[in-house]
Design a protein around this ligand. Structure first.
Ligand code: NAD
Length: 317
């Protein structure tokens, strides 16, 4: 039985990844500074450890592992990314430095790292797709992106020195059930689902910016499928993973409202928006058989009812 260590397993994507690895027949240890918020983990073993400490990274690896999936990070949506630059650059860098070092010392043969399309520069609507190597010359829009770029590089440097297979995915925005939906760290799809769940039919919701920023939103099952396939593959270097459907923030809000069966008025207000546009090639991840199975509507159909139930529960409904 293969053994996998999943770092950040108390968080959204890694919680789902544990489920996927269990379905593939792995023995899984999850590790995080906190337990999963929305239901029990399926990991065989779960340890609460602060991975900013090197001794804790070493402890997490005790027993030996075939694969490490490193998804732990101090992260959140645009509001958090803009208000917590120092925390992100310190905490996530410490995790990434100590975890790759501990994995090399423990002779882990295969190491996955979760990077982000935030490492790319801003784009204009209509620009042709960018490929992975076009990340350089680098000009990320925020410090979160710079930390990810550094973490990609340290992982690859250790891979070269210690004969460790390094697999790196650059995720587009990911959404789905059991993700943070309130509190300031939630991302746009969850925040808009919450606002629409809370609004009356015909009511108003606030949207940061002018609503024209273009994004792709990837349903979490597509993301975990990409992570798993990539880690098993021979693909070296960074690999984009994202749904090929691009929409504006207003289109995202209108899709959610339609599926919620509500007429909604969008009020644009000042707020952190991030880059204007994105458009990335999926050719590398598709070359190993990955295909997005969840267009936006299909993913929102699964996500909105879950957030709606959370909103109702929180309001005692
Ligand atoms: P998340 O915040 O739900 O999960 C991250 C987990 O890391 C959390 O459970 C958190 O408690 C844990 N963590 C933070 N500091 C820690 C520490 N010191 N020790 C141990 N654990 C610690 O985020 P997510 O959305 O599941 O993202 C997972 C990974 O994917 C992150 O690296 C993130 O940067 C990356 N990513 C996510 C998205 C997205 O849209 N969700 C997009 C691009 C990249």
């Amino acid at each position: 039985m293969k053994r996998a260590l999943v770092c950040g397993a108390g968080g959204f994507i890694a919680h789902h990844l544990v489920r996927r690895l269990k379905a593939e027949g792995y023995w899984v240890r999850g590790v995080d500074i906190k337990r999963p918020e929305f239901g029990p983990t399926e990991a065989d073993d779960f340890q609460r450890l602060d991975l900013r400490e090197s001794a804790n990274c070493e402890a997490a690896l005790e027993g030996g592992f075939d694969e490490v999936y490193q998804l732990a990070a101090d992260m959140g949506g645009m509001g958090f990314i803009h208000s917590a630059e120092c925390e992100i650059m310190r905490n996530s860098a410490l995790i990434n430095i100590h975890m790759i070092d501990a994995a090399a010392k423990a002779k882990v043969p295969r190491y996955f790292f979760s990077s982000s399309v935030c490492i790319y520069r801003d784009m204009q609507p209509g620009e042709p797709e960018m490929t992975e190597e076009q990340a350089y010359p680098a000009q990320p829009d925020n410090e979160y992106g710079w930390e990810k770029l550094y973490a990609e590089r340290i992982a690859m440097a250790y891979g070269r020195k210690f004969d460790m297979a390094i697999r790196i995915a650059r995720f587009q925005n990911c959404y789905g059930p059991e993700g943070t939906w309130k509190g300031g760290r939630e991302k746009a799809p969850a925040a808009l689902c919450r606002k629409i769940a809370e609004a009356n039919d015909g009511g108003e919701i606030e949207v940061w910016g002018d609503g024209s920023a273009v994004r792709s939103y990837t349903y979490v099952d597509d993301m975990t499928d990409g992570i798993y396939r990539l880690t098993q593959s021979d693909l070296e270097g960074a690999v984009n993973i994202g749904c090929p459907e691009y929409v504006t923030v207003d289109e995202l809000a209108r899709t959610i409202a339609e599926l919620a069966g509500k007429g909604i008025i969008i009020k644009h207000i000042d707020g952190p928006v991030g880059v204007q546009s994105r458009n990335f090639s999926n050719a590398r991840i598709e070359s190993i058989g990955w295909q997005s199975q969840f267009p936006l509507r299909k993913g929102i159909e699964k996500t909105y009812p879950w957030i709606c139930s959370q909103v109702q529960r929180a309001s005692g409904g």
